[in-house]
Write a protein that binds this ligand. Structure first.
Ligand SMILES: Nc1ncnc2c1ncn2[C@@H]1O[C@H](COP(=O)(O)OP(=O)(O)O)[C@@H](O)[C@H]1O
Ligand SMILES: [Mg+2]
Length: 445
C-alpha cells in the first residue's frame, strides 16, 4: 500500500550468508515515515540498525518484503534503480568519510558535482553557504586532518545536505564525538532539516540526542518495536531482576562467604549498577526520555484496565495533601483534576494506605458523584490500590472502574492488580527521581 510517505517499509526481512551460514538479521520490519519527520532508531550493537539503514538507503538490495523509498520499490530492484534512489539521499556515517586531500569547501562542492547538479563557481558558492550554515565559515579551506571530530562531522552534514535531498540517513553520527560536539551536530541537523522539510532516519544508541526525534523506534534482535513497548519490556526485566535479588541471601552473609575474587566481582557489579543509575538520572533533562516514561506509564495503566477487564483505569499522583489525576482515557486537555486526600475513594486509598473495593459506588458515602457528573461516566464498582515508595509512603493511587461483566471486583482481581502495579511504581519513582535531579541540574547549572 502506498500512502505517499517517502519511506515505507513492509514485512522486510533480511539474511546474510549462504547455506549453513545463512543468518536472519531483520525480522518482518514495518514502518512508514511521513515527509519531514525525524525518526530515531535505537537498539543495542548488532541488532541490525546499520543493515536496516543500508537497505532503506539503497546501498544494498532488499531481499524479502517491501521497501518503498521516494516512490520506488527497492526489493528486487536493479542496480540502476538503486543508484537513482541513492542519489536523492544524503548520508552521514559514524566515520565522516571525507576526502582527506580536499578542503572542507572542496569536499562539500564535490557532492554537488557528483550528483551533476552544479559545477564550478556555483558549486563553490553553495558549498560556502552550507558550511556557513553549519558554523564552519572560518574553516572552509581546512582539510579534514586540520579539524576536530565535531567539525569534520559538521562538514559531513554540509556535504549530505548541500544537494537538498528529501531524505537524510545518519548512522551513529555522534558516536565518536564528545557530549557538546555531539549536541551541536544534531542541533544543526535538526535546524537544517526543519528548514528544508527533510525526512530524517537517524540510528544511534546515544541517549543524549533522543530529544530531537519526533518518534523513536527500537530495534532488538532484528525486530522493531515502539519505544513504549521496549520500556515496558525493560521494566518487566527490571522487576524480575529486583525480585531475583530479594530471593538472594542477606548481603552481609553473602559478603562474609566471598573470597577476594568474588568480592571484586561483586564490587564491580554494584558499581556498574550505580553507574547505570547515574546514567539514567543524567537523562533528566532529556525530554524524549521523560516522554518515553510518560508513554510507558500511560500504556501500562491502560493495559492494566484491559487485563483486568475494567471499563476505566486511572492513576493519581500524590502532591502534598492532594492527588493529581495523571493517567486516564479522558484526561482534560487543559487544567488538572485534583482531589483532597481523604475525600473520594482515591483520596481514601491514599489516606488509609489500604486497598479499597467498592461494589456499589453510589451506596458508598465516600464516593464523590461530581466526577461522574463532569465526565458523563457512570461508576458502578471501584478497585483502588495504593502504590507505595520504598519508605512505605503512598505516593500514587491506581484505580479501576466497572468490571465489564457487570460484577463487582473480586479478591482475585485485587491480587492480580497488585502484581501489575509494581512496574507502575518503578516508572513513577523513576519519573520522580528525574524530577528531583532535573531540579538539581537547574540549580547547579
Ligand atoms: N555484510 C555482512 N555479512 C554478514 N553479516 C553481517 C554483515 N553486516 C552485518 N552483519 C551481521 O548482522 C548483524 C547486525 O549488524 P548491524 O546491522 O551492523 O547491527 P548494528 O548496526 O545494530 O550494530 C550482526 O550480527 C552483524 O555481524
Ligand atoms: Mg551499526
Amino acid at each position: 500500500m502506498d500512502n505517499g510517505h517517502p519511506i515505507q517499509v513492509e514485512g522486510l526481512s533480511h539474511h546474510f550468508g549462504r547455506g549453513a551460514l545463512r543468518k536472519q538479521i531483520l525480522f518482518d520490519i514495518n514502518t512508514s515515515i511521513p515527509a519531514g519527520e525525524i525518526v530515531i532508531v535505537t537498539g543495542p550493537s548488532g541488532s541490525g540498525k546499520t543493515t536496516l539503514l543500508t537497505l532503506i538507503g539503497a546501498l544494498r538490495s532488499a531481499q524479502e518484503g517491501s521497501v518503498r523509498v521516494l516512490g520506488h520499490e527497492l526489493c528486487g530492484a536493479r542496480s540502476g534503480k538503486l543508484e537513482t534512489v541513492r542519489r536523492q539521499i544524503g548520508f552521514i556515517f559514524q566515520q565522516h568519510n571525507l576526502v582527506a586531500s580536499l578542503s572542507a569547501e572542496q569536499n562539500v562542492a564535490l557532492a554537488l558535482r557528483v550528483n551533476h547538479k552544479l559545477g564550478g563557481g556555483k558549486a563553490r558558492t553553495r558549498a560556502r553557504e552550507m558550511l556557513e550554515a553549519v558554523g564552519l565559515g572560518e574553516r572552509m579551506g581546512h582539510r579534514p586532518e586540520q579539524m576536530s571530530g565535531g567539525q569534520r562531522q559538521r562538514v559531513a552534514i554540509a556535504r549530505a545536505l548541500v544537494t537538498d535531498p528529501p531524505i537524510l540517513l545518519a548512522d551513529e553520527p555522534t558516536a565518536s564525538l564528545d557530549k557538546q560536539s555531539g549536541r551541536e551536530v544534531v542541533d544543526r541537523m535538526q535546524v537544517l532539516a526543519r528548514q528544508h522539510g527533510t525526512t530524517i532516519l537517524l540510528v544511534t544508541h546515544d541517549n543524549r540526542i533522543l530529544d530531537i526525534a519526533d518518534r523513536i523506534v527500537h530495534l532488538e534482535d532484528g525486530k522493531l518495536s515502539t519505544f513504549t513497548d521496549a520500556v515496558i519490556a525493560d521494566n518487566q526485566r527490571m522487576m524480575q531482576t529486583l525480585a531475583d535479588h530479594r530471593k538472594k541471601q542477606p548481603l552481609d552473609k553473602v559478603v562474609a562467604e566471598l573470597d577476594e575474587a568474588g568480592f571484586e566481582d561483586m564490587l564491580r557489579e554494584i558499581s556498574e549498577e550505580s553507574s547505570q543509575f547515574l546514567e539514567a538520572t543524567a537523562l533528566a533533562r532529556d525530554r524524549a526520555f521523560r516522554s518515553m516514561l510518560e508513554q510507558g506509564l500511560f500504556a501500562f495503566t491502560l493495559k492494566l484496565g484491559e487485563l483486568l477487564d475494567a471499563e476505566r483505569a486511572s492513576l493519581f499522583l500524590r502532591d502534598g495533601d492532594e492527588l493529581v489525576l495523571r493517567v486516564a482515557e479522558d484526561l482534560p486537555d487543559e487544567g488538572e483534576i485534583r482531589i483532597d486526600i481523604g475525600t473520594g475513594i482515591a483520596g481514601a486509598v491514599a489516606g488509609g494506605g489500604e486497598v479499597i473495593r467498592v461494589d456499589d459506588a453510589y451506596a458508598d458515602p465516600r464516593f464523590n458523584p461530581d466526577v461522574d457528573r463532569q465526565s458523563g461516566f457512570r461508576t458502578r464498582s471501584i478497585l483502588g490500590l495504593p502504590i507505595k515508595n520504598r519508605d512505605g509512603e503512598v505516593f500514587a493511587v491506581a484505580q479501576l472502574l466497572n468490571r465489564r461483566d457487570g460484577q463487582p471486583f473480586a479478591p482475585e482481581d485485587e491480587e492480580r492488580f497488585s502484581e501489575f502495579v509494581a512496574p507502575l511504581g518503578v516508572i513513577l519513582e523513576t519519573l520522580q527521581t528525574l524530577d528531583q535531579s532535573s531540579i538539581r541540574h537547574e540549580r547547579t547549572s
